[in-house]
Ligand binder design. Structure first.
Ligand SMILES: *Cc1c(COP(=O)(O)O)cnc(C)c1O
Length: 238
């Protein structure tokens, strides 16, 4: 039986390698089409709902940075992978205020800063260097979706900038399901220009997922958060 198990694992591993390399090729192609240098782009495999073995597999394939969206699942995975050298964990999911400080203990960046209360909760974290963060912008009128409304962006950016424990990297969005993603990505890029005088260092754009990363690259994405296209279908959430 152990032999069968390791054969299955080996098979999974080569499927994972194929999916990752297909995505990497598509990223390179989209960069070529857009006249962009692939070195400007950070590919973050989103490993939510998958166990640490899958992350291990990606580490074996040379990946060092990962995105996670759920606490404490993310924390447990970061701990499980501690022996694999310096990995980077990017938190991309909605954050409950009372969990913010715990999350800040194990992540290297947060992409989902969406309100002042969350910034205040992170104002007292104890870190040697400021925590890199992105402000998430909501591209829909639905408040439940996460992200600050564009009209409230400037105030939230100011709040982050006046918080010494945080280092603003740029903006993040999730394109609304079922709509043409280019409009959202172009809008995020425009908003990024509009905060540039207040936040000259906040040049990064975290946008683009499995189904829309090509359009995101066309519109200037610097951080792609790609789940299913690399990991395969997510296991059941229950
Ligand atoms: C799950 C998730 C992703 C990745 O989604 P895929 O469609 O699987 O690529 C990206 N960003 C966030 C915020 C997510 O929660």
């Amino acid at each position: 039986m152990p032999e069968m198990a390791s054969e299955a694992l080996g098979q999974n591993h080569s499927i994972l390698a194929e999916r990752l390399s297909a995505v990497q090729k598509q990223v390179a192609q989209s960069c070529a089409v857009a006249g962009r240098d692939p070195a400007e782009i950070t590919l973050l495999p989103v490993t939510k709902f998958h166990g640490p073995e899958l992350v291990e597999g990606l580490v074996d394939l040379g990946m060092r940075r990962f995105a996670e969206s759920r606490h404490p699942e993310a924390r447990d995975k970061a701990r499980a992978l501690e022996g694999r050298g310096a990995l980077e964990w990017h938190f991309v999911g909605q954050i409950q205020t009372k969990k913010a400080r715990q999350i800040a203990q194990y992540v290297d960046a947060v992409h989902s800063i969406d309100r002042e209360g969350l910034v205040d909760a992170l104002a007292t974290i104890d870190r040697e260097l400021p925590l890199p963060v992105f402000v998430q912008v909501n591209m829909t009128p639905d408040e439940a979706r996460g992200g600050v409304q564009p009209a409230d962006l400037d105030a939230l950016v100011e709040h982050v900038l006046s918080t010494p424990t945080l280092a603003l990297q740029g903006l993040m969005c999730v394109a609304p399901l079922g709509a043409e993603p280019r409009a959202s990505f172009a809008k995020l890029r425009e908003l990024s220009q509009s905060i540039r005088s207040a936040a000259p260092a906040a040049t990064s754009l975290s946008m683009g997922m499995s189904n829309d990363f090509r359009e995101a690259i066309e519109n200037g994405a610097t951080h792609l958060r790609i789940g299913a296209a690399i990991t395969g279908k997510r296991p059941d959430r229950t």
